[in-house]
Design a protein around this ligand. Sequence first.
Ligand code: MN
Length: 272
Amino acid sequence: MSNAIEDRQNDRSEEQPLILVCNDDGIDSEGIAALAGAMSALGEVHVIAPMDEQSAVGHAITVRDPVRAREWDFAEEAGVAGAYAVSGTPADCVKLAVHQLLSRRPQLVVSGINRGPNTAVNVIYSGTVSAATEASILGVDAAAFSLCEWDGGHYDAAAEVAQRVARRILAKGLPPGLLLNVNIPNRALGELEGLLVTRQARSRWEESFARRVDPFDRPYYWLAGEFIDLDEGDGTDLDAIDDGYVSITPLQHDLTAHEHLAAFKEWTWEED
Ligand code: MN
């Protein structure tokens, strides 16, 4: 264990850490430019992100179509070493980056800064979080960043927060299989109350579909809904954001309900 840590520190002293920046809002979004700029102070930054918006695609990957990558001019962002726009999902981008497009393995993958929160059950649907999840599956430290605002907002402050979190991850490393999901209230830097480690709030969407008819008289449906916070406990991501704190939730891609394993093993599974 100590040798592994020493090796890691040696790696870092020899060359700048390679940092991959991805997102789900698309490579030309405001948030990814802010995030890439913030990461350029910490290492060699490569931006590899979807050509088009991929919000709410979750952990989808492309297997029945070719995936194309086009070099992208990110020259205006100081310190970005290279960029590609990819015709796929956020998870595709991270896979393609690690296995094909990057010259060496990244030390860190950051995703965002997403337009809108990825708190509570929205983590499941989020393409932003899934880019970071894919990195954790590939064994690379990762974090997802989301700004809790849909229309403009304090991307500069969120980028400062992202830089602080990324610096800490690079210094300490994450346990295997984990990623950090960071949600940032839409406030100026000086107005943020601080950073809190939180858990994902229990919640769901109260779905409603608008039913309409197309010009060929065929019905189609458009998903809408209302977000419901079902959590009555303390320490949730939603609480932190409401109180003006940055929320940092450690997530894992192992979805096993470990605390329930023993109880299910007690069930009788054979028919009498
Ligand atoms: Mn998005």
